[in-house]
Design a protein around this ligand. Structure first.
Ligand SMILES: Cc1ncc(COP(=O)(O)O)c(C=O)c1O
Length: 449
């Protein structure tokens, strides 16, 4: 009797499909696409309820830097739990948020010495946009309220962040709710024409941007970019020359530069901040995802002394009156401090030079596969595009590839015809090789089926 009643019990997946509305998902696709119930994670591996192992090649949506259930981060959170789990940050402070802010500021050599906290990435972007807007009002330039963003850029899905996002699928249904922005040419190196180099494309894109600034700078508050890699925009990569030119233009035309490092920060690009490749600092820099090692929701917006001072006044309404309940949560800050400690004590950025070489070797096959184009890499992100001519069913390709990869024991989530990996900074050379071979086998199956 008992066995029969157990058999009739809905599984966790059934219950999830009934009760949980999953993000970034057409729920009906789960009629054919597996939903996987994860029971456990250790290192770069996820384990489902049946104990099957999956190599997490995309760091659980680009968040996990040092593996699942990392002992040092676990310990830091547990120790903090015994002290204070949460306290509001208005009128109160605590050691983890102070230490984290000081450490982050030091990583920018004090250039971005003021840190404002939130929980998710999109909120950090909202903060940067609002601070810029408010700054210009406080400087008696109320006309400066337009934002400039890049074609194919992504900054999150709340209404302000979505307005500066140029990924059609996320915007389409909400277009009428979004403020009007200027969207300018992406410096994506794949836009090269007639033998142009990536640097030539960067210069051409900066030239286009300057034309807009000349015409409209009096109405423009800020320009927002994802430094070096437009991640959700199919891992479009571009030359650091663009960042250098944009910094110059923003300074010349009195426009704030917002560097959204939510995906590319925390060592992902090869340096701690992607802006360091161009030797520039923005006026606002947003971080989230990896900053807490993929453990807890934490985001932040760093800014300069000049901007901070503008809001410093006897007048309450001149302050930056923005808040989230979990701003600067102590547990999340403790996780972030543990991550920064790992970076420092384990020489992660240096070791990642070797890891990114391993990544390159593991995917060398993609460079000679005639079905593939634009093999590209920036630090710990590697991507390539499957040629349209090789695809049988372009719209089904990401799901088919996801599914076949699961059969090969790896987790990847292609974006359109782009396949990418963005693994945690802990893979062994063998695991990296396994990942490269598994992607190749999965791709061969999808393209031959
Ligand atoms: C560059 C960038 N900005 C902002 C966001 C939004 O972050 P969240 O999903 O935490 O709101 C993302 C998320 O992928 C991102 O890649």
């Amino acid at each position: 009797m008992k066995v029969i009643s157990d058999l009739n019990q809905p599984t966790l997946v059934d219950r999830s499909l009934a009760a949980v509305w999953h993000p970034c998902t057409q729920m009906k696709h789960h009629e054919s696409l597996p939903l996987i119930a994860i029971a456990k994670g250790k290192g770069a591996w996820l384990y489902d309820e049946q104990g099957n192992a999956l190599l997490d090649c995309i760091s659980s949506w680009w968040t996990n830097l040092f593996g699942h259930s990392n002992e040092r981060i676990n310990q830091a959170i547990t120790a903090q739990l015994d002290q204070i789990e949460h306290v509001m940050l208005a009128g109160f402070t605590h050691a983890p948020v102070v230490q984290l802010s000081e450490k982050l500021s030091a990583l920018t050599n004090g250039n971005l010495g003021h840190v404002f906290y939130a929980s998710d990435g999109a909120s950090a972007v909202e903060i940067a946009l609002k601070m810029s807007h408010h700054f210009w009002q406080l400087h008696n330039k109320p006309k400066k309220k337009k934002f400039v963003c890049l074609e194919n850029g992504y900054h999150g899905e709340t209404l302000g962040a979505l307005a500066v996002t140029d990924v059609a699928i996320f915007r389409e249904a909400y277009g009428s709710l979004l403020q009007d922005v200027h969207t300018v040419m992406s410096p994506d190196a794949r836009n090269a024409e007639n033998g142009e180099s990536a640097e030539d494309v960067a210069r051409r894109a900066a030239g286009e941007l300057e034309k807009l600034f000349i015409r409209e700078h009096e109405q423009i508050a800020a320009m927002i970019v994802e430094p070096l890699v437009q991640c959700a925009g199919q891992m479009a990569m571009y030359s650091p020359v663009y960042l250098r030119l944009v910094r110059e233009l923003c300074t010349r035309y009195e426009i704030h530069l917002i560097a959204d490092e939510i995906a590319v920060g925390c060592g992902r690009s090869g340096k701690f901040f992607a802006c360091e490749h161009a030797e520039i600092w923005p006026d606002f820099l947003t971080l989230s995802k990896g900053i807490s090692g993929g453990y807890l929701p934490l985001s932040l917006c760093m800014t300069t002394d000049k901007i901070y001072r503008t809001f410093y006044s006897d007048q309450t309404k001149q302050g930056f009156l923005h808040s989230h309940s979990y701003t600067g949560n102590p547990l999340a800050c403790a996780a972030a401090l543990a991550c920064l400690d790992i970076f420092e004590t384990e020489n992660i950025l240096e070791k990642n030079i070797t890891r990114s070489q391993d990544l390159k070797h593991a995917f060398a096959w993609a460079g000679t596969d005639s079905r593939i184009e634009h093999l590209r890499q920036q630090g710990m992100i590697l991507a390539f595009d499957v040629k349209q001519s090789a695809l049988r069913n372009a719209s089904a390709f990401p799901r088919e590839m996801f599914s076949k990869s699961l059969d090969e024991g790896i987790l990847i989530r292609p974006i359109g015809n782009t396949i990418y990996v963005m693994p945690p900074y802990i893979l062994t050379m063998q695991e990296t090789e396994k990942m490269g071979q598994a992607v190749q086998r999965a791709l061969n199956q999808v393209l031959h089926d």
